[in-house]
Design a protein around this ligand. Structure first.
Ligand SMILES: [Zn+2]
Length: 135
């Protein structure tokens, strides 16, 4: 009768574990939480999260949550995005419009207008993104 000696070590080939962000779902290998006012460190952290990740935008819920900004595509869907300020909201809206579900195979130029509204000041801004479907 032979005995099997199980002596396996569970060594990981990965140096660092990747954890999924509970807020945006992106994988991140940064385990530490930077200080609230450490802008440089938060900029590094932000690269491993979605642009509108609530955990990043609130600096791990130690600063006030950013405003919600309503974004309405001209004649289309309506959505709400997080942003620290109105200018950032407009930039995010451009990203959102670019990420929309458009058929670019048709070889035509598509222009999309997105209206961003600040719910507090009622300021509105139009974001226009033109797709070049010929590329
Ligand atoms: Zn995240």
């Amino acid at each position: 009768m032979t005995t099997t000696n199980k002596n396996e070590t569970n060594e990981s080939t990965h140096g660092e574990a990747f954890d999924e962000c509970a807020y945006c779902g992106h994988d991140t290998d940064i385990a530490s939480v930077p200080a609230v006012d450490d802008d440089a460190a938060w900029a590094v952290v932000a690269k491993q999260h979605k642009p509108d990740c609530e955990w990043v935008m609130t600096r791990a819920h130690r600063v006030a949550a950013p405003h919600h900004y309503d974004v309405r595509e001209d004649g289309g869907a309506e959505t709400t995005i997080y942003a620290a300020d109105f200018d950032a909201a407009c930039e995010l809206a451009e990203d959102w419009v670019r990420g929309g579900d458009y058929d670019l195979e048709r070889g035509e130029e598509i222009t999309v207008h997105a209206y961003v509204r600040d719910p507090e000041t009622d300021e509105q801004r139009t974001v226009v993104v033109t797709f070049d479907g010929t590329k």
